[in-house]
Design a binder for this molecule. Structure first.
Ligand code: LLP
Length: 420
């Protein structure tokens, strides 16, 4: 089911007209379909059935408490990478024991916060971090259930900045050090070594990358066990890609098959940490055309959303489909245009050479595939406000984070006494 569809000539989300949303909350604004998130979750859960796998939603993709709550209700745990995300997951109703704390640079304060909350698993990424984790846990007289994140040194075909699984990247410990560090952890007070984790990158479309990585993980588990170490859990990370324009998203049945073949027989409790796949196509960024203009070389449609609202196009060269909210008549002429925002940077584009019908001032457009890594990466840059978020479900709509006026940030500024 596609939750975003034209009805009576207007783009709707779960039966709510995006025109209505724009009137109620203004633009730019993120609009999410709860049903689309739920469908994506269920589709993955169904595919993984029989593997006993736990789905820990990667909160970094979209950390709105309402979004986490919707997934928590279906049984999702969470993968978090900061104390802030941990607090959001807990506020959304996820049991701390169902939370995995990932990340390459956890601070002592965050580690203490997570231990006190009763976090179910810490994925450590270096020997140095393991030592700090053990120390903080021992001081608090608590125990950290710990997995070691290994770097399998796999090249993944995705945007440079979102590949994580090779030795060029800061993530995980080199596979050759895994046994030694695991051994260290198993002797450290405050630590209970429970397993091995990996995450090789994001927006992965080719299932063979997963297959190579999981095979390395399986070998790692066998090696640890040969050394007499107990390995109960295996965390396979996230990374499942989605369709933004014309990509073919990897099949979930195919993914499940690979999990079964590579690591299914190890007797480990399996966790996956999907972010984008659960929420990416469940959201659009709704925006209004301010002006149009042409140079001898290009046609520009200037909209009220900008790179501070959706950073992906300029940061990663990501392509997002742009849908006019008023359904274009069949056979209507289209022209390639650059959809750009008001921010004073040449790279402030949301789409380049997008084939769109002729748009005019006041028209609404929906930038698709914006449910993941959209609102979470937004900023106040250029003195703009922080974009708001709306959830739509079953014909109802609600603001799940109001637009933050630029004055909210300005109010935090202080003059040092010598400039007063
Ligand atoms: N687990 C770990 C340890 C991760 O680092 C990530 C994503 C995930 C899970 C979830 O990955 P997903 O299933 O969403 O691919 N801002 C970038 C994506 C950065 C992903 C970082 N880590 C973008 O907009 O494409």
């Amino acid at each position: 089911m596609n939750a975003f569809a034209y009805r009576d000539g207007r783009l709707h989300a779960e039966g709510v007209s995006l025109e209505t949303v724009s009137e109620a909350y203004g633009t730019p604004v993120y609009v999410y379909s709860q049903a689309a998130m739920e469908d994506a979750y269920r589709e993955l859960a169904d595919a993984l059935q029989g593997l006993g796998a736990r789905i820990c939603y990667a909160v970094k993709a979209n950390g709105n408490v309402a979004v986490i709550r919707a997934l928590a209700r279906l049984g999702a745990g969470a993968d978090v990478v900061s104390g802030g995300e941990l607090a959001r997951a807990v506020a959304a109703g996820i049991r701390p024991t169902d939370i995995v704390f990932s990340g390459v640079g956890k601070t002592r304060d965050e580690i203490a916060q997570a231990l006190k909350a009763g976090t179910g698993q810490f994925n450590v990424e270096s020997e140095a971090e393991l030592a700090v984790l053990g120390e903080v846990a021992a001081t608090l007289d608590l125990r950290a259930d710990t997995a070691i994140r290994v770097n399998p040194d796999i090249a993944v075909d995705t945007a440079d900045r979102i590949a994580t699984g090779s030795y060029e990247h800061k993530f995980g410990v080199p596979i050759r050090d895994a046994a030694r560090i695991y051994q260290l952890g198993s002797r450290a007070p405050g630590i209970r070594m429970v397993g091995v984790a990996a995450h090789i990158g994001s927006q992965i479309l080719d299932l063979s990358s997963f297959e190579s990585a999981f095979a390395v993980l399986a070998e790692c588990v066998r090696e640890l066990r040969r050394a007499g170490l107990a390995v109960e859990r295996l965390d396979l990370g996230g990374g499942l890609g989605i369709t933004y324009t014309d990509e073919t998203a990897p099949s979930l049945a195919g993914f499940a098959d690979i999990v079964r073949r590579t690591v299914g027989g190890l007797g480990c409790e399996i966790t996956v940490e999907p972010g984008r796949r659960l929420v990416g196509n469940a959201g659009v960024l709704l925006s209004r055309v301010l002006y149009t203009k042409e140079t001898p070389l290009r046609r520009f449609v200037i909209v009220d959303a900008a790179m501070n609202d959706l950073l992906r196009p300029t940061l990663y060269g990501a392509e997002h489909a742009v849908l006019p909210v008023a359904q274009p008549a069949a056979g209507r002429e289209t022209r390639p245009v650059d959809v750009v925002g008001p921010v004073c940077e040449t790279g402030d584009w949301l789409a380049r050479e997008a084939d769109l019908p002729i748009l005019q001032e006041g028209d609404l457009v929906a930038i698709a595939g914006a449910g993941a890594y959209g609102a979470v990466m937004a900023s106040f840059y250029n003195g703009r406000g922080l974009v708001g978020e709306v959830m739509v479900h079953n014909g109802a709509h609600a603001e799940i984070r109001p637009f933050q006026d630029p004055a909210a940030l300005q109010a935090l500024d202080r003059l040092p006494r010598w400039l007063e």
